[in-house]
Unconditional design. Structure first.
Length: 292
């Protein structure tokens, strides 16, 4: 083969090899994605923040009541925060950031940042660490941990975040969890998430039970056609530091997914043991709990 033919082929092969080698990860990759996070946080852009995370990212938020391992949980966390602190209510700044390259497709970000609750004139210093990975041509957060800095501002900061924590495990969420436990016929979970005594009032009849689970007979409910319940709407009527009321409209369904009843009920909740617990239920009209 003549050299005039060999050289173009060799050049083409070298160029193909060069452009097929992925660029190595740099500190800038980690800094950029954290900057995107902070900028989106300031404007309360939940969609953009969630998009920065992998589908199965591991997440510990500053006030996370539980370890989250998917985008839906991450979305819920920030939706709650931005409900309390919408765009314009918070400033956020990076104060010190270090990035370590682990491989061509992974960087570790660790550092300090702070948020300022403008309306409450409180600055909250935070520390963050996150693993950022590249899949194909996109960098995303694979693991995220954020926590409060233990310094002289901790007392004021802890008060603000404690209120946020209580809101995160808020009254409406507590009622939604209750419906999940009810559909699972899990009396123990219902009892763990209700206060004693639990008061139930339907029509002109009011009864008191040691715990909520004690008021329900699931076999009796199934005998009258119940298979599961679903919330149609939920409204927070009132909330302070110790109590709340939530108005619910829900339907009961049979095994054919046909609605067999629709009911309005107002729940009273109390904040005890660092969680919202059901204290009473007030039903407009009659509602069977399965007991004869």
């Amino acid at each position: 083969m003549k050299l005039t033919y060999v050289f173009p082929l060799l050049l083409t092969a070298l160029l193909t090899l060069f452009f097929s080698i992925p660029a190595c990860a740099t500190a800038r990759d980690g800094e950029d994605i954290f900057s995107d996070f902070v900028n989106s946080f300031i404007v309360a852009d939940t969609d953009t923040i969630v998009g920065l995370f992998e589908e199965k990212a591991q997440f510990w938020g500053t006030t996370s009541p539980e370890f989250v391992e998917d985008r839906s949980g991450i979305r819920s966390y920030f939706e709650v925060f931005f409900t309390k602190y919408p765009a314009g209510a918070v400033r956020a700044t990076e104060t010190n950031l270090a990035v370590r390259t682990l491989s061509e497709s992974a960087v570790l970000v660790s550092g300090l940042w702070q948020i300022e609750i403008i309306t409450e004139e409180i600055t909250i210093p935070l520390r963050v660490s996150m693993l950022v990975r590249r899949k194909t041509d996109r960098w995303q957060i694979s693991q995220f941990h954020n926590s409060l800095m233990p310094n002289y501002q901790t007392m004021d900061s802890a008060k603000v975040l404690s209120e946020h924590y209580a809101q995160q495990k808020g009254p409406i969420k507590a009622v939604e969890n209750y419906f999940d436990y009810f559909n699972d016929a899990d009396k123990q979970a219902l009892n763990d998430n209700s206060d004693s005594p639990f008061i139930f009032s339907a029509g002109n009849k009011t009864t008191a039970h040691d715990k909520y689970g004690d008021s329900v007979d699931f076999d009796g409910l199934k005998d009258i056609g119940w298979a599961y319940s679903s919330i149609n709407s939920a409204e927070l009527v009132y909330k302070d530091d110790a109590s709340a009321m939530v108005a619910i409209n829900f339907s009961r369904y049979n095994t054919n997914n046909e609605a067999i009843s629709t009911t309005d009920v107002t729940y009273m909740l109390v904040f005890k043991d660092d969680m919202w617990k059901l204290k009473a239920g007030f039903v407009q009209g009659d509602l069977s709990l399965g007991k004869k």
